[in-house]
Structures are given as structure tokens and as C-alpha cells.
Design a protein around this ligand. Structure first.
Ligand SMILES: *Cc1c(COP(=O)(O)O)cnc(C)c1O
Length: 237
């Protein structure tokens, strides 16, 4: 099989798994957005994924995004940023990405708001939650979220569109269900508070190993890398 055929097949399988999980959850698969996590895949492979039906690409690193952006890798798809973002790199993303999923602090949100406002537009963002309370990981502690929402919701320059989480790597099926469940509760909680200028449209959680569980817990945006592109170079033994 050619690389294109393999990616076609993988995308097809992932979509089928999403369909099954949605059915099991009593939900409509059309409401679940599939983001292809494209890190370490070159422009050629990103283009192949888009040809295979991917509508959203998600990049982790600013430098890598810019390189592929300049090669027109994302033509025909939306582009999200999903990786750790340093404040001094925000400027490189402005105007390139429709959604920054990984806003992990109030400070970063403020930087984005200011820069977007200066450029005369409004940047859609998700707030990243450190749902498992891992000290090694960035993200907003769940208990701080209401206050941070309060502080951010009226800023011109950003529009909060939902929440995102990266739970620990799971080693067996169902391991992350408790974290996904907590995210669902938090998402519903915040939705009900009806902050100004906030639309809780997206709950972004679930990766190759656990997206079915995430969908069962209400995820409507899954970020899938290896199940589409195969193992990344550093993962191969
Ligand atoms: C790499 C990555 C993914 C996809 O991970 P896979 O296990 O390869 O599906 C999802 N989200 C983020 C933030 C990532 O960095």
C-alpha cells in the first residue's frame, strides 16, 4: 500500500471508531470533531491526511507549524494549536490558527488577548485543565477555573470556546475514565454559569489510546495522532 492508502485506511478506521463510540453514548458522530495531531509528520503527510478527509490539523510546536504553514501543508483544513505555548511565541500564531486549545494559564490568555486585539481580531481559545493534578504538567487546576473564567470572560481579543485536557498516558482500557468524567462535570458546571462572552462549545479530550472513553464522557473534540499516522519516530523501537 502507498502512504496515501495507509492514511486513507487509518482515517477511515478512526472515523468508524468515533461512529461506534458516539452510538454507544447515544450521540451523533457528526457532532464530534476529529483533529489530526500532526506533530513530527511533514507537510507531505499532513496533505495526505487532508486528502484522506481530515478537516482540522493540530500542531504542538510553533516552529514546526510555521515551517509546514509556509509549505502550504494545511490548505483545505482548519489549523489548531495544541501544544505548550510560551508567551513570547504567541505572535507567530496570530492569524494562522483558528483555535488555540492549550491555554494553560491566565497570563497566557492575557498575552493572546492583547496581541489579537492589537491586530484587530478575536482569537478563539480553549482553557487547558490539569485534570489529574499532575505536578509535571501544565494546565489550570480545576478549582481555580471559576475565578480565572471570571477574570478572562470580558477581555476583548479572546473568545473562550471550551475546555481541553490531556490526562496521564493510559496503560489499560478505562484507566482515564475518572479524569474524563471529572472534565465532563467541570464542563457542565462552567456551562451553567453562563459567563458573558463565553461559549462552551468544545470539550477537547481523547487521543489514540482512549478517545472512545472520552466520547462516552462527553468529549466532542478528539485529537488523534498515532492512529492516523502510525507511531512517531521516537516511539518506534
Ligand atoms: C500528540 C498529541 C495528541 C495525539 O496523541 P496520539 O496518542 O498520538 O493520538 C493529542 N493531543 C496532544 C496535545 C498531543 O500532543
Amino acid at each position: 500500500m502507498t502512504e496515501q492508502e495507509i492514511i486513507n485506511e487509518n482515517v477511515h478506521i478512526v472515523k468508524e471508531r468515533i461512529e461506534q463510540a458516539a452510538k454507544k453514548a447515544g450521540r451523533n458522530a457528526d457532532d464530534i470533531h476529529l483533529v489530526a495531531a500532526t506533530k513530527m509528520n511533514n507537510a507531505e503527510r499532513v496533505k495526505q491526511a487532508i486528502k484522506a478527509g481530515i478537516k482540522i490539523a493540530g500542531e504542538n510546536r510553533v516552529q514546526e507549524l510555521i515551517e509546514k504553514y509556509d509549505q502550504n501543508a494545511y490548505e483545505g483544513s482548519d489549523l489548531h494549536f495544541i501544544g505548550t505555548l510560551q508567551s513570547n511565541k504567541v505572535k507567530f500564531l496570530m492569524g494562522k490558527v483558528s483555535l488555540i486549545q492549550s491555554v494553560d494559564s491566565e497570563k497566557l490568555a492575557n498575552v493572546i488577548a492583547k496581541q489579537a486585539q492589537n491586530k484587530g481580531f478575536c482569537q478563539d481559545i480553549l482553557l487547558e485543565i490539569n485534570i489529574a493534578g499532575e505536578t509535571s504538567k501544565s494546565g489550570i487546576p480545576p478549582e481555580q477555573l471559576p475565578q480565572i473564567m471570571e477574570n478572562l470572560c470580558n477581555l476583548n481579543g479572546i473568545h473562550i470556546r471550551g475546555l481541553m485536557a490531556i490526562p496521564p498516558i493510559s496503560h489499560f482500557a478505562g484507566e482515564n475514565l475518572c479524569h474524563f468524567d471529572k472534565m465532563r462535570e467541570l464542563f457542565i458546571d462552567i456551562s451553567q454559569k453562563k459567563y458573558d462572552n463565553v461559549s462552551m462549545d468544545f470539550l477537547s479530550m481523547g487521543m489514540s489510546g482512549d478517545f472512545e472513553d472520552a466520547i462516552l464522557c462527553g468529549s466532542n473534540m478528539v485529537r488523534v495522532g498515532t492512529a492516523i499516522f502510525g507511531a512517531r519516530p521516537y516511539m518506534k523501537k
